[in-house]
Design a protein around this ligand. Sequence first.
Ligand SMILES: C[S@@+](CC[C@H](N)C(=O)[O-])C[C@H]1O[C@@H](n2cnc3c(N)ncnc32)[C@H](O)[C@@H]1O
Length: 286
Amino acid sequence: MEDLLAQKVLITDLSRFRKVIDLRTPEPVGLPSGHISREELKKIPAGGSFEVRDKRYFVLPCDMNDFVMEGLKRNTQIVYPKDSGYILMKLDIFPGKRIAEAGTGSGAMTAVFSRAVGSGGRVYSYEQDIGLINHAVKNLELDAGDTNVIIHHQSLELGIYEQDLDAFFLDVREPWKYLGAVYDCLKPGSHLGILVPTANQVSRVLLAFNNWDFLVTEVAETFLRTYKPVPARLRPMDRMIGHTSYLIFARTMQPDTIRRIAARAVPASEDGDGGLLPENGGPDGA
Ligand SMILES: C[S@@+](CC[C@H](N)C(=O)[O-])C[C@H]1O[C@@H](n2cnc3c(N)ncnc32)[C@H](O)[C@@H]1O
């Protein structure tokens, strides 16, 4: 995935304008104040700048945040960097890990995972829509050579090929349907992350967890507030992203560790706790 970013640069005016440019394509680059040819752009060193009609632009190597936010073409909702960074930490992703995700979508999370597991790791990505697979393959340049990403054109309803995975990430509409299949392909003690945009999806996932031996470790939402970097008038940006998604994290436990407790938990009710596992394990703290 190093190569994915190697031929790309970010052009910015350090204000609102940010554009990721692939230096391999021949067309001139459109800017708010005019154009620059690729040949001219290639001559500008990393960290350099240039002017077009009295407006100054800065050139930087494209990093993963730039690529996800500005470079990648979106055909679906994507996982934003404020969430993907936290997901990497919570799923304990590092070089060499074998992990899986569904769905591939535009490939934003796939790119982040691929870079984190490195050349010795693997990212198995499930996607049911062939059009979106073609789109993600282009975004991630998967046809360009060696890659640690394997995309399966398959709905999770038809199963998961891999065994003994280190982590699984679910970003699909109905994740509660696949908890059994995901449990079976993960090592004991490994990590599951689920991303859903609505609170009622979170409730459905939590209820479904009672049928499987996952220990729910966290339900979370992340907020990122950025600031105008003006020392004399330091204040937040006027606009921020208000909501992206809810995140649910769990660990795989030995068979019957959790289901045994869930069977003894309070049954679902309208005004009660909905039959979810109480905090700290079970009714008797087991
Ligand atoms: C929100 S997008 C995923 C975005 C992706 N994580 C990213 O960062 O670009 C959800 C994707 O899940 C796929 N999907 C939904 N249900 C699925 C299933 N049962 N099996 C495989 N893919 C599924 C959809 O086709 C869609 O592309």
